[in-house]
Design a protein around this ligand. Structure first.
Ligand code: RB5
Length: 157
């Protein structure tokens, strides 16, 4: 799978570790930065380009890491078409895809260990949206709202 990754200083080490594990498993990793550790960098500079790449289909899924995973998920969800969530357990990472079509998984590099993050990553990548009617119905309510916001912002320009 072609997977985009991004992290600020709070998630840099975990991103590097996960990227190595993913490459070992044969995935293609596209690194949206930061490419080097910078104690002063800002998570939106990596979360937003990665979320755009997921939304456009340039990469199939995304993984973001910041200190807590909160800032990264907040930023990524501002991009239309991105569905990002912070997960600390592999049930949520799998079910988030199956039920909610999650396409970006977020972690806290300062709040969780690499073993749990890797388990969550494998569950996330192994899962597919179920397409069940009730899940489509729920997701379409979210996507219709998102589309209406985008249209409203275009009309006000
Ligand atoms: C950066 O120090 C930290 O605030 C950031 O990585 C993240 O935890 C934000 O949610």
């Amino acid at each position: 799978m072609k997977i985009g990754m991004g992290a600020d200083h709070g998630g840099f080490e975990m991103k590097e570790q996960l990227a190595r594990l993913l490459a070992k498993e044969g995935h293609e990793v596209v690194d949206f930065g930061n490419r080097t550790y910078d104690n002063n960098d800002d998570y939106p500079d990596f979360a937003l380009p990665l979320a755009r790449a997921v939304a456009s289909g340039e990469v199939q899924r995304g993984i973001l890491v910041c200190g807590s995973g909160v800032g990264a998920s907040v930023a990524a969800n501002k991009v239309s078409g991105a569905r990002a969530a912070l997960c600390h357990d592999d049930f949520s990472a799998r079910q988030g895809v199956e039920d909610d079509d999650l396409n970006i998984l977020c972690f806290g590099g300062r709040t969780m260990g690499i073993a749990v993050a890797w388990d969550c990553t494998k569950s996330f990548l192994g899962a597919r949206f179920s397409g069940a009617d009730r899940h489509r119905r729920r997701l379409s309510k979210v996507l219709e709202f998102e589309a209406s916001q985008t249209a409203a912002s275009h009309n006000s320009k």
